[in-house]
Design a protein around this ligand. Structure first.
Ligand code: 4AD
Ligand code: MG
Length: 479
């Protein structure tokens, strides 16, 4: 058997001198023809491998370069060097894969995140991305754990869909029709999608919610966790064209139950990462503090990453209505000094500068905003008694802005049909959705958490491109 190895993380944790081990990994550095810093991705802490002088031939030693992969058999011994309590004294050494030091892009020095974005296929081998992606993994696991413990059913909603009613953003079309102009046309000159693969016009999904609602009307509580796609031309540090979303949907829940669940969920995820990824979070906290040293004082975070996460865990999220939010903005000195780019008045869609003012300057903690004007929200949100606002809720997080969007759903058939009519949503295409209101409708609610924004929040990474393995953004689809 080839793979009888000990992971470096386990080895460093056990600190058991005397045992014989096999380790494998990639060389980070090689000093004095003697000391290899070896990493296998299980932790940012490298294992020091000591090669006794004279034991290995020069030709082999020359091949121990940054990025090369090696297999070492040896014995664990107490370390004399600083920075580690144990090291491995090599008895056998095998080069598994060479790495040309001249051409290997990751030199043992600090690289910029921009540079590493272009080398995304290798950036997992850096400390920063090692930490980020181990945390991302942990959060994904914690999501399933949270909902499983609560008895939610994980529902896989489709990725290709013919429904375009969400109105959440521009969609990517899915077609097998030729794009050279020869596709069959209708009499009015439009494309005849009856000839297309599915016999109708189809897209990549922007959200699994509508299908999720169908599941909730049978299982009571479901969640989805999958990729979603939006062809918005937004080149920001918070938007991706392909991102992952978690969408729980619950029967017998109103907007308040919805808020309570979302807050509990976010805190659970943070706590899980704090308990299981402490070392990586602390590494990223330090990285962030270093990075912020280059910013002017007023642009730096008041709290370090660890303190920020602890603060969020300890404090209840602020809950305000949209109308409160508008009033706070109108009364702010920021507004009076005309520092907002976009105007503020009741009825506007809150811009990210407004959201950030509310969470970062005014409340300094996560805020849940409810009761948005119906006119700026999706058709399925439940109309409040005032006839103007809907039972929507957005959660805004410091440094991120909107992290969750959700609502109580309109369960009353006539009202829903009226709303669809007003918004020119063809009811005939949506009769499967309306059936849930026809047959045993119940009050229900749900929300969507943007997974990458959650990972950003926990890791402190400022650009969303740095928390997904291979980012898809306008004019960019490498790897
Ligand atoms: O607010 P959104 O558009 O809500 C929905 O899609 C609902 N169907 C959710 C539901 O009620 N089941 O998106 C939900 C969240 C946002 O709050 C944000 O965190 C994230 O998804 N999100 C994005 N993340 C990265 N890139 C984008 N382009 C995103 N658009 C939304
Ligand atoms: Mg939203």
């Amino acid at each position: 058997m080839f793979n009888k190895r000990t992971k470096i993380k386990q080895l460093l944790q056990a600190e058991q001198a005397g045992q014989e081990v096999t380790v494998m990994g990639w060389v980070r550095t090689f000093r004095n023809n003697q000391f290899v810093a070896l990493n296998d991705g299980s932790t940012n802490n490298n294992l020091q491998v000591v090669l006794e002088l004279g034991l290995f031939d020069d030709a082999t030693l020359k091949r121990i370069t940054t990025g090369a992969s090696i297999k070492v058999e040896g014995i664990v011994v107490a370390s004399m060097g600083k920075g580690q309590s144990i090291e491995v004294k090599a008895k056998g050494l095998e080069i598994l894969g060479d790495s040309d030091a001249e051409r290997y892009p990751l030199q043992p020095k600090k690289h910029s995140l921009e540079f590493l974005r272009e080398k995304a296929h290798l950036r997992f081998r850096t400390n920063t991305f090692g930490s980020v992606f181990r945390i991302r993994h942990s959060l994904a696991f914690a999501i399933h754990k949270f909902f499983n413990e609560k008895g939610f059913v994980y529902l896989h909603t489709p990725i290709i869909t013919a429904s375009d009613a969400e109105g959440a953003g521009e969609m990517f079309r899915v077609t097998t029709l030729p794009i050279d102009g020869t596709a069959a046309k209708n009499e009015d000159g439009s494309i005849n999608f009856k000839e297309d693969f599915f016999g109708k016009s189809t897209n990549l999904t922007v959200s699994g919610q509508l299908e999720g609602e169908l599941g909730a009307m049978a299982f009571s509580e479901i969640y989805t966790f999958g990729p979603t796609f939006r062809a918005e031309n937004s080149n920001t540090t918070r938007h991706l064209a392909e991102f992952w979303m978690i969408e729980p949907e619950m029967a017998f829940h109103d907007i308040e139950d919805n808020m309570n669940l979302a807050e509990e969920f976010i805190k659970y995820l943070i706590q899980y990462a704090m308990d299981h990824n402490r070392e990586d979070i602390e590494f990223l906290a330090q990285r962030l503090a270093e990075e912020e040293k280059q910013l002017p004082l007023d642009k730096r975070s008041e709290l370090g990453l660890v303190e920020k996460l602890e603060f969020v865990l300890k404090n209840a999220f602020e809950r305000i209505t949209y109308t409160d939010a508008i009033n706070i903005l109108l009364e702010s000195s920021h507004y009076k000094k005309k520092k907002f780019t976009y105007d503020v008045q009741w009825g506007i869609d809150l811009q990210s500068e407004h959201e950030r003012y509310l969470v970062e300057k005014h409340f300094k903690k996560p805020v849940i905003v409810t009761g948005y004007p119906a006119a700026i929200k999706a058709f399925y949100m439940r109309m409040n008694d005032d006839g103007k606002t809907v039972a929507a809720m957005d959660i805004l997080a410091p440094g991120i802005g909107e992290i969750v969007g959700g609502s109580q759903r309109e369960e009353r058939l006539e009202r829903l049909e009226q709303r669809m009519k007003d918004m020119h949503i063809p009811a005939e295409d949506m009769s499967w959705y309306l059936d849930t209101r026809r047959f045993g409708t119940v009050p229900h609610a749900g929300f969507g958490l943007g997974f990458e924004r959650m990972v950003q929040f926990v890791t402190g990474m400022t650009n969303i491109r740095d928390v997904i393995a291979f980012a898809r953004t306008p004019k960019n689809c490498e790897f």
